[in-house]
Write a protein that binds this ligand. Sequence first.
Ligand code: AHG
Ligand code: MN
Ligand code: MN
Length: 327
Amino acid sequence: MSDTPACTENLTTLSKHLAARGVEPGLASVLEALALGCKSIGHHVRRARIEDVVGAAGGQNVFGEIQEKLDVLSDEVLLQCLRDTPAAGVYASEEQEGPIVLRPASEGGRFAVLADPLDGSSNIDVAVSVGTIFSVLPNDRPDAESAEAVLQPGRNQVAAGYVVYGSSMVLVLATAAGVDMYTLDPVLGEFLLVKAGIEIPTEKKIYSINEAYTNDFDDGLKAYLEFAHGAGYGARYIGSMVADVHRTLLKGGVFIYPATAKAPQGKLRLMYEGNPMGFVIERAGGAASAGATPILETLPTHVHDRTQVILGSRIEVEHVTSRTHPA
Ligand code: AHG
Ligand code: MN
Ligand code: MN
């Protein structure tokens, strides 16, 4: 009997765990391509200012918002990774005017990927956590209609997740099997499984909203804030959705980006912010509301549709929607 100690190294890589979770190889290859892209993006984020990736790229996105250099670079990295992935059929993103057909379903392009390549752009130049958000839909369209595969309700997602480029590089991935979290080991260059089957706490007295817009909020939301202020809630707001949602997933609470007078449909984008984050939170046992209905029920009209977002612990979301959208 050898007396060498059993190996206690965590060597559960993303690929290994996806196989263990029974994720089919085509979808696994798309998720691994996205993880590779995020490793590259994270490398550039960590070198911001060393590399000339901070500041405006000189163009605007479809919203007329100034594109940061890192927005454009991140988008190009994801697109390159997916071009090299046979199961990736369509790509759409915040930085692209419209969907890009990589290969139709008849040639193996069975999945449509939508992404917010760099979320939290306004935080890049001050070294605050930013991230990448992605959503994967089945591409079951006839070849000539491949581009329409991106316009499906969030309920149809087969996987979704995000990477936070924070004090560590963390991948959170939701599939039919549940929500798993991985941390990048910078030496091995692998995302290693650190928690499987994440469940969001059922309640937590934390709310996350940009209260600078309070004068724009409707009476129901103002009533919620009055309730929270009187019930001993804590406030946390990082200004990068990916970081605010990641904290909400792990600690509980509610993240709110409501419709305002300035943004009557809300600011956040349905297809590559609301839907993927809603999928993750619901898979973890939480709720993700667009106000009157779940985000994932929303029928998209355009790849860049916006949505209200009220997501987090079920009880905490209920405290908001019972006031903003009373039954
Ligand atoms: P993006 O950088 O992809 O445009 O997203 C920014 C979003 C989101 O990350 C965050 O929750 C929200 O903008 C913050 O908006 P405010 O600055 O209006 O609070
Ligand atoms: Mn974003
Ligand atoms: Mn973005």
